[in-house]
Design a protein around this ligand. Structure first.
Ligand code: KIV
Length: 268
């Protein structure tokens, strides 16, 4: 694959212009990222959901910058075509714009990412502007922002009333003006998400935000049915890998226990 085929922030803009839906999935490891990259996923988001999915923590809050860089390095090594986006962990960008630049820069310098993502609305726009000015492409993230779980008292869907829609719209416009190349919209009522998508020129990537966004993102383990404790309404499971893994590993356990593995052909 030539460097010209690589998805960049410019490709994102072109996708929106020609109305081609953008496909984003999360990835935290080399092997999964390698598979996703070869089947047309446009961007690999090394999300801080790794803290829940990979590390088994109850929220995204406790993952560290070092952990995020480690996962981003693994994903970057696998990506040939897809844009790699590193997710800024809680308190790595909120303290000051200069600290945000120092931390975000590490995703590009040390981890091979081509962009970063951060959560927040109009209040985070000055930081986004600063990051973009120094050459760090930023994906915004508005709506239900999981790093604000304690502020929100859970994970409520956003954009229910006029005031909430006005705040989302103001945030989307402020982030666009600050130079964000794209916006994740998470947990937003479909009508509000469609309105915002039609208002801003940068592509919106929805998760639980209905069909009116310019692209869609899911957590890969949800799509594959690896995480089976519960299924949010917006998730469509395309496989039941937890069951497949259970079946395969049960067969292995049984074969070893009953001296059926390894066979002569599998021995030296
Ligand atoms: O951290 C993450 O994986 C995300 C996506 C769910 C959008 O932010």
């Amino acid at each position: 694959m030539s460097p010209a085929d690589r998805v960049t922030v410019r490709t994102f803009r072109e996708f929106k212009k020609r109305g081609e839906p953008i496909v984003v999935l999360t990835a935290y490891d080399y092997q999964t990222a390698k598979i996703l990259d070869t089947v047309g996923v446009d961007a690999l988001l090394v999300g801080d959901t790794a803290n829940m999915v990979f590390y088994g923590q109850p929220t995204t809050l406790s993952i560290t910058l070092e952990q995020m860089l480690y996962h981003t390095q693994a994903v970057s090594r696998a990506a040939g075509r897809a844009l790699v986006i590193g997710d800024m962990p809680f308190l790595s960008y909120q303290i000051s714009p200069s600290e945000a630049v120092a931390n975000a820069g590490r995703f590009l310098k040390e981890a091979g990412a081509a962009a970063i993502k951060l959560e927040g609305g109009v209040e985070i726009a000055p930081t986004v502007k600063h990051l973009v000015e120094v050459g760090i492409p930023v994906m915004g993230h508005i709506g239900l922002t999981p790093q604000a779980v304690h502020k929100m008292g859970g994970y409520p869907v956003q954009g229910k009333n006029e005031k909430s829609v006005a705040y989302l719209l103001e945030s989307a416009q402020a982030l666009e003006e600050a130079g964000a190349f794209s916006l994740v919209m998470e947990g937003v009522y479909a009508e509000a998400a469609r309105k915002i998508t039609q208002t801003v020129s940068v592509p919106t990537i929805g998760i639980g935000a209905g069909p009116g966004c310019d692209g869609q993102v899911l957590v890969t383990s949800d799509l594959l049915g690896i995480f089976s404790d519960f299924k949010p309404k917006f998730v469509r499971r395309y496989a039941n890998l937890s069951e497949e893994i259970r079946k395969a590993v049960s067969s292995f356990v049984s074969d070893v226990k009953h001296h059926r593995f390894p066979s002569e052909e599998e021995s030296y």
